[in-house]
Structures are given as structure tokens and as C-alpha cells.
Design a binder for this molecule. Sequence first.
Ligand SMILES: Nc1ncnc2c1ncn2[C@@H]1O[C@H](COP(=O)(O)OP(=O)(O)OP(=O)(O)O)[C@@H](O)[C@H]1O
Ligand SMILES: [Mg+2]
Length: 510
Amino acid sequence: MALLELENIRFNYSDKELYKDACLKLNPEDHAVLVGGNGTGKTTLLELAVGNLRPDAGKVIWEPHVTYSYLDQQLKVGQDQSVISYLYGVYEPLFEKEKKMQSLYEEAALGEDGYEKKLDLALRISDELEHASFYSLQEKVGRLTQGLGFSDEDLSKSLSKLSGGQREKAYLAKMLLEENDVLLMDEPTNFLDVTQVAWLADYLISYPKAFLLVSHDEAFLEKVANVVFCLENQSITRYKGDFAHFKTQHEVDLVQYKKNYEAQQRYIKKEEDFIAAHIVRATSARAAKSRRARLAHLDRLEAPGKSAVKVHFHFPFSTHVGDVPLEVEELVIGYSRPLLDPISFKLKKGEKIAILGKNGVGKTTFLRSILSQIPTFSGKFKWLDGIKVNYYDQDKVMDLSLTPFEFIHLHHPELDNTQIRSCLGAVGVRKELAMRAMSELSGGEVTKARIALMTLEKSNFLILDEPTNHLDQIAKDALFEAIEDYPGSVIIVSHEKDFYDGLVDYEIRF
Ligand SMILES: Nc1ncnc2c1ncn2[C@@H]1O[C@H](COP(=O)(O)OP(=O)(O)OP(=O)(O)O)[C@@H](O)[C@H]1O
Ligand SMILES: [Mg+2]
């Protein structure tokens, strides 16, 4: 029996049918990934699986007693508990057992009647603890927190004091420690840096249980998947094998789908011609009518690529103002204490660089420092006069009750309705989406709306902090092109090597 089975699922949001009898079966040996374009319904599918949403038709069946953990995109663990005690909380029952064992030993040591029984029991508990790897917990927790880039200082902080990304990481660490039968994860790499993504991939490869995760990060998917579910044309296709195999097979299937579609179109045309010619003839009207009825029931294939959202980004360029727009000299950054060694580099006109950093320390802090949003310790940075920066802030707090339309209007009241609509339309946020609260949009759709705002700003310097998070491959390609065509200087922070490779002139590693 499958651990989880979605059977003939249908679900629609007011204007959109997301699935037509979609099926998905997760088996115990599956390290599964769910892929599909932005807004196709991946997050919704996970929400259906865990019962946060109910399908309009079809069933969600969990095998009895199967346990799962679910990492969603927006997490809320606000307790006033330190990270480390939160993580050790997973082992609460084992600690209880240890306590019991200790007291049994103590009682047995008194040598009173029945002490042998107590000793026996204590030894049995000790075996159980051993079996549950209790004595290597510290090492296990340590390996995990280190892999995810938690410093000792972070571990003693209370959860409520962590940044959003760190909190997600704490939760991810907890899920990995819990080792429930199934892990469900929605874009777990979004809040990790390069090293951590690599670490997570390795961890998942040897993960002893099943998982189903959503991600647009193909390099990551190539490492972890042994089965791929592809959500497309409102249905889910299962591809056994790794991601590379899926890509090849999917190409083949697309060609076949196109052929089937064309064959169906020819058939429809032929039938329609027949019906049109015969419906009014006394002799053959009956045949025409029955063919018409048959045609009406035909399950029509959607035109290939019809549901793929077209995306185009363009960052308007003002003008060059000199040869070295940014010069950073021995700059020391941090909050309560310096985070990194002094940083020095010069960025020339039109030069594009990627900033890589070990274990999540300081990249965003560096960007904030050179944007003068936070103070620095020592050293300096110098912008040329006339530099106008267009900044994509990874951690920007968004008012998600606004619609994309209102969001753009708020920043650009001078634009009329048509201008706002066409700006959003260009990035793939079509009319219905533009008028719906962003809390009701998919992750990729919100990101597109945010980038739409950037396409309205004239600048000569782009700073992009993890801009590819949530974007599907089509949108990432469009973003790549827009940055490539941009004549100004660019700083990119991204954990996706596939994205910035071939785009930047060089990398800076902190
Ligand atoms: N509460 C809602 N009301 C109406 N429509 C919604 C709501 N939530 C999501 N949608 C729409 O349903 C579609 C599927 O959303 P979902 O979040 O499942 O997509 P996704 O595949 O996870 O996309 P992404 O890759 O961008 O994360 C989207 O077009 C979205 O706009
Ligand atoms: Mg999603």
C-alpha cells in the first residue's frame, strides 16, 4: 500500500480548475519531487495532502498510522524557546526514559528488596536508549545544525528572535530529526545558501524514509529525486527514475502529446465537416446527430504550451556615470560584532558579479551595508555620483493583502490602469491575478509582481538578492535574459549556480 495516495483529485479556485482527476501515489522508497510551472497548483496539492484544503472531488488517502511533517512556504513558529531546546524537544520521550533509568539505578543502589528487578529494568531501558541512538544524539543534532549553518550563538537564541529564513531552517532541522515516515516540503532550498543546499541534498540522498518535495532548483532536483511527478495540463504524470531521466522522457512525451493533439484536431475537423454537411439531410441527419453527441463528449486535449505563462522582464537603464561605479575598501560589516573579514573590491561599469558566502553569514548584510541601510564597523565604500540602484530585497516584508495592481499603484500613482495592467501582464501576472490579493497568489506569482515593480525603475546598477526563489524555469530564463541585456553593473546573490553561471563576469567569495 502507498503511504499517501491522491486519487482522482479535482480542485478549483473560483476562476481556475487546477486538476482534472489528478493522481499521485507515494511509496515508502520514494524520494519524490513534484515539478510544474508557477501557479500550476503544487503548493495547493501539498495543502490538499495534509488536509488544510479539501478536494472538490477525489480522495486523499494516508496509510493508517503513517506520520508526516510538512514544511510550507510561510512558517509560523513563534515560541519563546531557544533553537536548541526546540530541536531537542523531538527527543523528549527519550529524555524522559533516561530520567526514569537514572532513578531506577539510584533506587537499586540502595540494595533494598526487589533491587534486582529495578536494575534489570534500568538495563532494559538503557538498551532501548542505545537502540534509539540516544547516546549519539548530540553528534546528530550537531551535524544537522552545522550543515544548516547555525552558529552556537544562533542556537541559544529564542525562535522568535530569528530571521524568517533562520526560523524556516530551524523547522527544517526539526523535521529532519523527527524522521517521520513522510516529509512534505515546499521549496526548501529558498532560504538556504549554496553550501547549505548542497548539504541538504546530501542529507536527503541518504534519508532513510520517503519524501515529496516541490522545488524549481533543477541542480538540486538532479541530486535528490528518484521519482518525478510532473504537474502539467491539469494532470500529474509519474516518471520513475532520476531528474535527468525525467527531462529526456518528458521531451519525448511532449513530442508525442503534440502529435496526439494534432491528430485529435484533424479528427475534430473531419467530424465537424461531416456534421455540417449532413445535419440538414434527411437521409444522414441521424448519423450526423450521433456524431455530434460523440464529439461533445470528447475529452479535448489542451493545445501544447497553452497554459505555459509567458514572461518577459526588462530593467530600464539610465546612463553610465563613470568607470568604477562602486569601490569597496576594507569594509567590515556585521550587527553586534563583525561578521566577516574586511571586504575589498572594485566593480567596473557594466560588470556583473555573483557574491557567494559560506554558510549564510553576511551576504544580505553586506548588501544592506553598501546601501547604507545599516551601519558598518570600519572601512569604506564609495558610489559614484549619479548611481541609481534598483534593488531586489530577498527579505522585503510585503503587505500581502494588496493586489499586484494596488502594489504597483502604491509605488507609481502616476501610472494609469492600462499601464499598470500591461506592466503586470508582461511579467506573466495576467488580469485575474492582478486583481486578487497577493496572499491568494502562488509564490512565483508574487515574485513576478515584485519584479514587475523593478521593471518600472530606471537605474544604472542592479542588486538582486536571491531573485530566482519561487520562479519556474521559464521565468528564470526570462530573468537571465533581462540581466544579460542590462548595460549597467550588477551584483547577484544566488544559491543557483546554474542561474548565474554564464551571466556574471566573476564570483566573489566572502
Ligand atoms: N486562496 C486562493 N484563492 C484563489 N486562487 C488561489 C488561491 N491560492 C492560490 N490560488 C491560485 O491557484 C493557482 C495555484 O497556486 P499554487 O500556490 O498551488 O501554485 P504553485 O504550483 O505552488 O506555484 P509556484 O511555483 O509559483 O509556487 C495559482 O494560480 C494561484 O493564483
Ligand atoms: Mg508554490
